[in-house]
Design a protein around this ligand. Structure first.
Ligand code: SF4
Ligand code: SF4
Length: 325
């Protein structure tokens, strides 16, 4: 059972590919309230206990080290509540001074952080000095904590192998999980041209993997942290409702059942059958890009009933087939 807390919108970078439109290093940028965050942790732990499932907690932003004290406090808090898997995703800017980096990492590791996700690609490195990131990685390695490298790719950007050359000496005999993902044009103000998006040859037909309850600083809840935060996928507001209630609603929502059973392609196919509903894009970076395009489309409501009826029919057919066997 995964919970991601978007601790802040603040960031000290303005990456070209960023989907966080409000990303801004100002005092006005939204940061999660500490007591709200504690309550979300309490609620997810309670659901985990009820369902006998392990809880995994992620901190993300913006840049989470800009609200370091909040993250440190919540890490300690989460650990005290029995959460064993706690991670954060950072751009590594805090590695400017090895001494400061050491203090920060040591405290976080003692508090209970078990994984650091580091963003490393040409977009981040336009703002964050690679030497700072190297220092951050070296410091984390000193404490023996797991590291995951996340790299965003476009048609024209550096490939993962080339990005990793900047840290290749740090990879010798070390296990670092490296993951690349295609840039998704979530942000209409993005500076990356659409023709540079690395797209799949056919419409992605993967189903939605397990949901990751993701809470923004203002309490808005999404089913994952990769939806570009489209209003149509909002599950509720955790400042008003408990996570237990929101999760219950998610599980009984037929739209999410279809996403997990058939994937966003079920909606896209139906939309493309109807002239006025056709998706504007023809090629997609991956199934989450397709999902985003489907759910941000105003035409979705026009085909929703048909998709649900078709899915119910398929479900009945499936049951009948099983009974006949
Ligand atoms: S570091 Fe992350 S949050 Fe900040 S601008 Fe870059 S992609 Fe956005
Ligand atoms: S398919 Fe949609 S809901 Fe599922 S992870 Fe991707 S964007 Fe999120």
């Amino acid at each position: 059972m995964d919970l991601t807390l978007i601790l802040t919108e603040k960031c000290n970078a303005k990456c070209r590919h960023c989907f966080e439109e409000n990303c801004d290093y100002t005092a006005d940028s939204l940061t999660m309230d500490i007591s709200d965050a504690e309550r979300y942790i309490d609620e997810i732990v309670a659901v985990g206990k009820q369902e006998n499932k392990e809880v995994r907690l992620q901190f993300s932003g913006g840049e989470v080290f800009l609200v370091y004290d909040l993250m440190l406090h919540l890490t300690r808090y989460a650990k005290s509540k029995g959460i064993k898997s706690i991670s954060c995703t950072t751009n590594g800017y805090w590695g400017k001074s090895l001494v400061d980096a050491d203090v920060k990492v040591e405290k976080l590791v003692s508090a209970g952080i078990t994984l650091f996700g580091i963003s490393l690609d040409e977009f981040h490195q336009e703002y964050i000095d690679i030497d700072y990131v190297r220092n951050a990685i070296k410091t984390i390695q000193k404490y023996g904590v797991r590291i995951g490298i996340k790299t965003v790719l476009t048609k024209k950007s550096k490939r993962l192998s080339s990005v990793l050359q900047d840290i290749d000496d740090l990879l010798i005999n070390k296990s670092i999980h490296c993951q690349s993902m295609s840039y998704i044009p979530y942000n209409s103000k993005s500076k990356i041209p659409l023709e540079d998006v690395l797209t799949e040859k056919t419409m992605p037909n993967e189903v939605c993997p397990s949901f990751v309850i993701t809470i923004l600083p203002n309490g808005v809840v999404f089913p994952c942290c990769s939806v570009g935060w489209t209003d149509n996928l909002i599950l509720g507001n955790a400042q008003d409702d408990s996570l237990g209630k929101i999760l219950k609603q998610l599980r009984s929502n037929i739209i999410f059942e279809i996403l997990q059973d058939q994937g966003p392609i079920a909606f896209a196919k139906q939309m493309n059958l109807v002239n006025d509903c056709r998706l504007q894009e023809e090629r997609f970076a991956n199934y989450c890009h397709l999902c985003y395009s489907v759910f941000k489309s105003e035409s979705l409501s026009l085909v929703l009933d048909d998709v649900i009826t078709d899915w119910k029919r398929r479900r009945v057919d499936k049951i009948l087939n099983i009974l006949e066997e």
